[in-house]
Design a protein around this ligand. Structure first.
Ligand code: HSE
Length: 425
């Protein structure tokens, strides 16, 4: 039976999960995959953590050179996170001809061109299923499951922390601050939650996934990004009563107009399958020209779910003689002839504070009309004194037209625009 030696760099949440799965399932893989996968070493500064996981003392490496020059190591697993050390270690492993499996979305998003070049030069594999959407096999699906299709759209909830926060605000009516504190207490959100709540984490993942889905490099700089930190529970409540759930959506579209990639909060109709993806769960909804609609749903983070993705890559690499690389020209920047849509179209939700007197709504509708923005729904929510809260849902319109109409309303002092949120179509 073929024996494959693995070294794991980093025994944090994901590394620990991968270690547990590999050691507990070793015989299962011998039987089902006809391969004996052995953890030859781990590189972990915190020796106590390694020992607590059951790693034999002699298998704790002291430096990266010990790992990459070990002839018994075929596959190096990078799960330390961050980009500086990780990039150096991954390049060292690839340059030594070792196949690399990584869960590092920032590294893959920013440096996949450099890593892939090194991998090809040294006939090594480079696999990163665990970098996007934890245990959900979205990368394998894009590469090996729906590759018959031209993908026109990808819409996903690809960050568990923000989905946990928005679900809590929706179901329990808590404020953003309360929900974030709860997510931190439960270990979903980090002490510095910026990467999750400002949408960076989702933007890294969307850059990787849309490059694979659309077969062209989609650099991070092309991903429009807006986080959830400003979200007000009042808007979630108004949206709910109109039949919507608020989600941090990652949207990738490809059409004749070009490629459109964006991460932002958006209202999703309650009937849409993504509206029911709650808590720390993730999902990706794909539309292909032959298959139609496909949705993948599961845990986007966590020790064993993300460990599952890491180990699936290890097994893939261990059981395939040929390496599999990107299905596009993997460069640092996008191809010159690829167009990106910046003025995208969407429906919008607006919360306005207006003077409660005759003719005001007509003026608002007329201003929107001048900018080509058509109103789909209008609800006067409640009043306080001579002011009233008005909720508008527009038909699909260009973002720029909407912004111009909102600026004009503000300037004319007809209405104070409190909130603008996108509505997914
Ligand atoms: N922090 C991420 C999330 C998991 O909340 O989904 C790792 O990408």
């Amino acid at each position: 039976m073929k024996k494959i030696g693995v070294s794991i760099l980093g025994l944090g949440v994901v590394g620990g999960g991968a270690y547990k799965i590999l050691t507990q399932h070793r015989e299962f893989y011998q039987r089902t995959q006809d391969v004996d996968i052995v953890v030859e070493s781990v590189l972990e500064k915190n020796r106590a953590r390694a020992l607590a996981l059951g790693v034999p003392e002699e298998r704790i490496a002291s430096n990266i050179a010990e790992v990459v020059f070990d002839p018994d190591v075929n596959i190096v697993v990078e799960v330390i996170g961050g980009v500086e050390d990780a990039r150096e270690y991954v390049l060292a492993a690839l340059n030594a001809g070792k196949t690399v499996v990584t869960s590092n979305k920032e590294l893959v998003c920013k440096f996949s061109h450099e890593l892939e070049r090194a991998a090809k030069r040294h006939n090594a594999g480079l696999y990163f299923e665990a970098s996007c959407v934890g245990g959900v096999p979205i990368i394998r699906t894009l590469l090996d499951g729906v590759q018959a299709n031209r993908i026109s759209s990808m819409m996903g909830i690809i960050n568990g922390t923000t989905n946990y926060i928005l679900t809590k605000m929706t179901k329990e009516g808590t404020t953003y601050e309360e929900a974030l504190a709860d997510a931190q207490r439960l270990g979903f959100a980090e002490a510095d939650p910026t990467a999750d709540v400002e949408g960076y984490d989702a933007a890294y993942k969307l850059s990787i996934l849309s490059s694979l889905a659309f077969h062209t490099k989609v650099p991070l700089a092309k991903v429009f990004r807006e986080g959830i930190a400003g979200v007000d529970k009042e808007d979630i409540g108004h949206g709910n009563s109109l039949g919507y759930e608020l989600k941090l959506l990652a949207v990738g579209k490809q059409s004749e107009a070009g490629i459109e990639v964006r991460v932002h909060p958006a209202f999703v109709r309650k009937e849409h399958p993504l509206a029911n993806v709650d808590g720390s769960f993730n999902a990706v909804f794909l539309t292909g020209d032959s298959v139609g609609e496909v949705m993948l749903y599961g845990r986007g983070a966590g020790e064993l779910p993300t460990g599952s993705a890491v180990v699936s890559d290890i097994i893939y690499a261990a059981t395939h003689n040929e390496n599999k690389y990107s299905t596009f020209k993997n460069t640092a920047t996008a191809d010159k002839d690829v167009k990106f849509v910046t003025d995208f179209s969407s429906a919008y939700y607006l919360r306005l504070n207006v003077s409660d007197r005759p003719g005001v709504l007509a003026k608002i509708a007329s201003q929107f009309g001048k900018y080509g923005v058509s109103i789909d729904k209008l609800v006067q929510a409640q009043g306080a004194g001579d002011k009233a809260t008005v909720i508008l849902i527009t038909h699909e319109t260009h973002e720029l037209s909407l912004k111009n109409a909102v600026a004009k309303l503000d300037a004319l002092e007809i209405a104070e625009v409190k909130t603008v949120l996108r509505v997914a179509s």
